[in-house]
Every structure is written in C-alpha cells, then in structure tokens.
Design a protein around this ligand. Structure first.
Ligand code: EPS
Length: 380
C-alpha cells in the first residue's frame, strides 16, 4: 500500500510529508521535484507569498545512494515566511474558508484553523506527487495538467495525443493553459478582478497517458480507482467538483453518444491498451472503477479564492455583531497552481494503484510482475 500524510502550518517552520510503501530501487531526481514546486508557485495572479518563498523538497529518509530503499520517505519544505508565533488571531471569519466551522468545531482560534487549512499545504502534496511520478516514469506513464477554463471563460485546445507537445504549450502559457496565444485575454481578466478586490476560479484538466489496462477494481467500493481519484482531488483546497471523462455532460446525452465503442488494432497490441482501441474516450480511461487502457482524464472545478480584498459580510465572533470579514494577503487567481496540484495528486493515485497491482517491495519485482501480467493479458 502506497500512502502519505502531510503536516505543517502555512507560516510554521516547514511543511512535512511522510510517504510510506514506496518501492525500493527508484532513482531520485530532486531537480524534477523542485521543478514541480516552482511551477506550483507560478501562474499569473498569485499573491505576495510566492515572492517570499523558494520551495525546495529536502528528502530526509528512505534514500541511499540516490535510490529509494523501500523505507518511509520523509521530506520537508522549509517556510521562509515562518512567522506563526508572532501572528495574531482573526475575529471575523472569512466566508468560504474553514475559519467559522473550524473555530467552532475545535473551540479554538481562527488562526489555528486557517494555518492548517491554507492551500500552502498543497506544496507538500505536489512534492509527494512529483516523487510518485519518478515511479510512473519507469513505466512510461506521464501526467499532464492544464487550465481549461478561467473566470467562466473556456480555453479549448485542439485534441493532442502527444503529452510532450501539450507540456510544451502549457509551459509557454502564463496561465498554464494549452493555448498560450490567449494569455493576454486571461491576464486582463485577472487584473480586472484584482483591481475590483475580487478573485477568480476555474477548471483544470489532467490527462494521464500510458496507464495499463487493469488498475483499480470493480469488486469493492473503496478500491474503485475513479472513486479514489475523486476523493484525492476533491480534498484539495478550494476544489468543489470533480469529473472523470465526460463527467456531468454524460448525464445529458443518450447512451449511444456517451459510451466508447470497442475496436481492436493489432498494431498497438504492445501498448497499454493491449490493442483495444476506442474512437472516443468519454469514459476518461475508467470503466467499472478500472483503467481501460485509454488515457485517464480528470477535471476539477476550483472556486475563486475565499479571501477577498473587498470583504463580504461576516460576524465578529466575540460580539456576534455584523462586521466585514477579515482580510489577509492572498491570491487573485490560483487556478494555474491548481493545474499543477491536481496533476500531482492524480499521479500519486495512479502510482498507488500501480503498486497495488504489482507490489511495492522493489521496482525490479514490479517490472517483472507487470511484464508477466501484460503477457498473460495478451493471451486472455
Ligand atoms: C499559499 C500560501 C498562502 C496563500 C495561499 C496559498 O500564503 P499567505 O497566507 O502567507 O499569503 O497565499 O493560500 C490561500 C489563498 C488559501 O486560501 O489558503 C501557497 O503557498 O500556495
């Protein structure tokens, strides 16, 4: 079982993660983990905090001579803005944040709640996902995340089955969409929202290429891979909706325009689909909670950041009298960052499913078992 936990407050000393069940023998590439952390800090519309931090993952255990050894991997990301002890409490909860529900539930300060609820925690999840990608790389599995909608405006790209081309276009875009030519339009929207003291949300999409047929299972509800992905993605700060493949659109179409016909092409029998091709991928690579050899497609809806410079109505928790919500430094738009976070969170769930199928002791055994399985599956 591959799993992880995170710890850390937004302005505490560090963010920490422990990854348990990571197979031995995977080569560690710290630069690729830090590159993901840098991407998470970027995207047009981020706030002042990102100018203070230079996030780097320091691996503290589970590695010897640059390879994993099968032990738990502990990592930390130091917070430069570690000023928690000097920070005061808030008395007016901000609508949309965990402030009100958290302070009541824990009979505590708002500060104690917001520091852990903050999306700063996603830096740890990105580092963990980037680590999982080093395992996926060994099986030629690639995850690509990008923005498909921002502030209610869609940014559709022509379909592309080549992850490298997608990554190139996404990395050329200031908002991490696949259409950098439209950046100016979105920059202006973000600028206008910022000037108005408002914030913008959006939708991000992740495609995972090269996933073999047969990860996950139909046999038990909590092992269905679509369900696991949905839980992992929904738990990301500010995410309010998750779709797989066509998602909600599937409910609006007749079955003949939803389900992906099955064909067989011996020319691609050596690939992850074992030759079973689909002219469409409306299922988003998952049928019956199991991968079907097509790319896994996940979309997530991010609400606009809840901290507004022009605050909404709230109540002073000391007096219960109406007052404006508190304001703390924040982003105008973090949808680009959400693209990076969802990409890495989904990558982790795919890696966990891979480990579940092929074992988590060593990469060598995983590869041998994967080969044997593919060989048996081709004969099925
Ligand atoms: C974030 C760090 C935070 C916020 C943001 C995300 O830093 P600070 O509170 O010091 O400005 O910028 O968090 C939120 C907007 C939120 O709602 O949680 C980060 O590193 O991503």
């Amino acid at each position: 079982m591959l799993r992880y936990w995170t710890a850390g407050e937004s302005h505490g000393k560090a963010l920490v993660a422990i990854v348990d069940g990571f197979p031995a023998g995977v080569e560690i590439d710290c630069a690729s983990i830090d590159a993901e952390l840098l991407r998470r800090q970027g995207g047009y519309g981020r706030g002042g905090r990102q100018r203070i931090e230079t996030d780097r993952a320091e691996l503290l255990s589970g590695i010897w001579q640059n390879r994993t050894i099968g032990s738990p991997i502990a990592l930390q990301i130091i917070n430069r803005d570690a000023k928690l002890e000097r920070m005061t409490d808030l008395d007016r909860p901000r609508p949309g944040h965990a402030d009100l529900a958290g302070a009541i539930k824990y009979l505590s300060s708002i500060r104690g709640v917001l520091e852990r609820a903050s999306a700063r925690e996603t830096a740890a999840r990105v580092a963990v996902g980037a680590l999982a990608k080093l395992l996926l790389r060994e099986f030629n599995i690639t995850a690509v995340g990008y923005v498909v909608e921002l502030g209610g405006v869609r940014v559709d790209a022509p379909p592309d089955a080549d992850p490298r081309g997608m990554v190139q276009r996404r990395d050329a875009s200031a908002i991490y969409s696949l259409v950098p030519e439209r950046d100016d339009e979105f920059r202006s929207m973000i600028d206008a929202a910022g000037k108005a003291g408002d914030t913008l949300g959006g939708v991000v999409e992740v495609q995972v290429f090269g996933v073999p047929i047969g990860l996950g299972t139909h046999t038990q509800w909590d092992r269905k891979l679509d369900g696991r992905i949905a839980q992992a993605v929904m738990s990301i700060q500010a995410i309010k909706g998750v779709e797989i493949g066509l998602g909600f659109e599937a409910a609006r179409r007749p079955g003949s325009q939803v389900h992906d016909p099955i064909r067989f092409d011996p020319a691609v029998a050596g690939g992850p689909s074992l030759g079973f091709t689909r002219p469409t991928n409306n299922a988003g690579g998952l049928e019956g909670g199991t991968t079907n050899g097509q790319p896994v497609v996940v979309r997530a809806a991010m609400k606009p950041i809840s901290t507004l410079r022009k605050p909404l109505e709230s109540v002073n928790l000391k007096t219960r009298a109406p007052e404006e919500a508190a304001y703390e430094r924040s982003d105008v738009c973090a949808v680009s960052a959400a693209g990076v976070i969802v990409e890495n969170v989904v990558a982790f769930e795919i890696a966990a499913a891979l480990v579940e199928k092929f074992g988590n002791d060593s990469l060598t055994e995983m590869k041998a078992r994967s080969e044997l399985y593919l060989q048996l599956a081709r004969q099925r």
